[in-house]
Design a protein around this ligand. Structure first.
Ligand code: HEC
Length: 124
């Protein structure tokens, strides 16, 4: 009887461990090109696809945020350096000024863009 209880507890513990490995934020798409921690984040390899998927629907000519286009390396770099891009993407849902306006990106995307800045805003 005792053995059964111990075994049951072990199984439950194991099941909850493996569950937590598979927990994902299903609201946001997975990070394209997951970063290799040994190399620097670059615009071309890692950042552009995130900006294209989440920002340029508004941040390009003819759209609601055309005044601040984010379609090239130079434009995105400038937005980080002088338009508060990093602050905007790290605001919480519901906070004034959050980008994208519709809701915070996955933490993985946010972390990647923050690390891009830490790594020196490299293009390639
Ligand atoms: C639904 C449209 C929309 C989307 C999507 C969107 N933005 Fe914006 N963004 C705006 C508008 C409109 C403004 C101007 C109003 C304001 O400052 O909040 C703005 C302002 C900004 C600013 C401040 C610009 C300045 O010069 O003051 C930054 C930086 C920014 N957005 C970055 C982003 C980033 C990065 C993304 C994607 C992760 C994004 N935005 C997605 C509409 C959008």
């Amino acid at each position: 009887m005792k053995k059964t209880i111990v075994l049951t507890l072990l199984l439950a513990a194991f099941a909850s461990c493996s569950d937590s490995d598979t927990v994902q934020d299903i609201e946001t798409p997975p990070t394209p090109n997951p970063p290799d921690p040994t190399t620097a984040i670059t615009y071309t390899k890692n950042v552009k696809s995130i900006i294209d998927a989440n920002c340029i629907g508004c941040h390009q000519s003819g759209r609601s945020a055309a005044f601040r286009p984010l379609t090239t390396y130079a434009q995105v770099k400038a937005a980080v350096e002088s338009a508060g891009l990093l602050t905007r993407i790290q605001l919480q849902n519901g906070e004034q000024g959050l980008m994208p306006q519709g809701g915070r990106m996955s933490q993985a995307n946010i972390d990647l863009i923050v690390k891009w800045n830490t790594d020196g805003l490299k293009e390639n």
